[in-house]
Design a protein around this ligand. Structure first.
Ligand code: PLP
Length: 435
């Protein structure tokens, strides 16, 4: 069980200067996302809940509509024009995701519902075959429940043991502890590429290299990473990399599992039925090669095509500029939030994304979130599916503002203004803060 070790009783001081504003055309980019221009109960929407899900550019919405309007069909099995077009679109999307991740080829990408399903797939297929009694599965205190519970269940079934790399008070991983925990018994390291609560980006490349020295496989949870910075799975050396389309400006219900070719080739089916077989008789069945062997039944074809459009959108923008803009936003947000009396900000690792979790004195975070909501400001409040991370800081509930490249410093000001307004009580005649 995780025990609380850190109580942040000081207002977190901004430790780094705000990086220079990037030359990123944020207003033009915002025009690609129609929902960002809507009002919520009379207030302009300020979407600061990107950690939960991101908004979709028009091109993604259009790709979904185009698919249904012009080439809807099942894939792989029809002897007609629409089946061929749908198959091309679906397999084309797989190739786009593979290139986006730097995979060796499309056959290293399995379509799944999202990160959660991808982790369950790896646990249920690779894990059942490869994890043995006495083995250890190494997790970190930064993990989302999706990268904890499937391993916990697997460890129970296989009589393996979970080990956990702790975080330090800044929310960075304790790498000394990580090295000490690695051993010949380590079968798997499962680590996030970006924390959804503290924003921490661990040194995954170095961690993968170290884990490989002990013969362990490594699964990297890229759910919060791929929308924020470019990823190259071969440069990272990861054996598995998992992601959700909806957190990278694509549709819900679609995601991807990347696995190295040789690892995938040895993985047995985890679900069986149509689409994943080679030959079936009542005496037995043989299975298709990968990745199809791991995709039983009709897949989420249209959303895969939508995910391909999201990839197109991301690779079509200057990602260095987008990243620089986000770094500026993160620094700006840390400093702006630090102006709130009694605020405690969680997460001050050197390498981080613009995820800002906080509490304000004894203020009820749920009431504060409701106040923000009434002003059109969408943040998330709760445990963020990372109860062990919060437990390390002695908390069970925090507010979280999570930013993306389409957010602005004005939106950060709106957030901080509304928090200050909540602390001051209602201002007569004013229903929402000035923007
Ligand atoms: N991993 C991380 C780091 C996440 O932030 C999330 C969702 O918030 C998940 C995994 C689970 O993603 P999904 O619900 O799309 O499967």
């Amino acid at each position: 069980m995780t025990t609380a070790r850190y109580w942040l009783d000081r207002p977190a001081a901004p430790v780094v200067p705000v990086p220079r504003a990037a030359d990123f055309p944020v207003e033009a980019v915002r025009r690609d996302f129609p929902i960002l221009h809507r009002e919520v109960d009379g207030a302009p929407l300020v979407w600061l809940d990107n950690g939960s899900t991101t908004q979709k550019p028009l091109t993604v919405v259009q790709a979904l509509a185009d698919f249904y309007l012009t080439c809807n069909s099942n894939v792989h099995r029809g002897a007609h024009a629409l089946a061929r077009r749908a198959t091309d679109a679906y397999e084309g999307a797989r190739a786009k995701v593979a290139a986006f991740l730097g995979a060796a080829g499309p056959e290293e990408v399995v379509f799944v519902r999202g990160t959660t399903e991808a982790v369950n797939l790896v646990a249920g297929s690779w894990g059942e075959a490869e994890v043995r009694a006495g083995d250890e599965i190494l997790l970190t205190e930064l993990e989302h429940h999706a990268n904890i519970v499937p391993w916990q269940q697997l460890a129970k079934r296989r009589r393996a043991t979970l080990k956990v790399v702790p975080v330090d008070p800044d929310g960075a991983l304790d790498l000394g502890a990580f090295r000490a925990l690695l051993s010949q018994r380590t079968a798997l390291l499962a680590v996030t590429h970006a924390s959804n609560v503290l924003g921490t980006v661990p040194p995954v490349r170095e961690m993968v290299a170290l884990a490989h020295r002990y013969g362990a496989r490594v699964l990297v949870d890229g759910a919060q990473a791929v929308g924020h910075f470019p990823v190259d799975v071969r440069d990272l050396g990861a054996d598995f990399y998992v992601l959700s389309g909806h957190k990278m400006f694509g549709p819900t219900g679609i995601g991807a599992l990347y696995a190295k070719r040789e690892v995938l080739a040895a993985m047995r089916p985890w679900q069986t039925g149509g689409n994943m077989i080679d030959r079936v008789t009542f005496g037995g069945s043989t299975f298709a090669g990968h990745p199809h062997r791991l995709e039983a039944g009709t897949g989420n074809i249209a959303d895969a095509v939508g995910l391909g459009a999201a990839v197109d959108y991301l690779v079509g923008m200057d990602r260095d500029q987008a990243e620089a803009h986000e770094r500026h936003l993160a620094g700006y947000a840390c400093q702006a939030l630090a102006r709130v009396p009694g605020i405690r900000q969680f997460g001050a690792a050197r390498d981080r994304i613009a995820v800002h979790s906080f509490l304000v004195g004894a203020t009820d975070p749920v009431a504060l979130a409701a106040h923000l909501d009434a002003r059109g400001i969408a943040v998330r409040v709760g445990h963020h599916c990372a109860q062990p991370t919060l437990a390390a800081f002695g908390e069970t509930v925090v507010l979280r503002a999570s930013l993306a490249f389409y957010n602005t410093t004005d939106e950060v000001d709106a957030l901080v203004g509304a928090v200050l307004e909540f602390l001051d009580g209602p201002v007569p005649g004013q229903t929402r803060p000035r923007r």
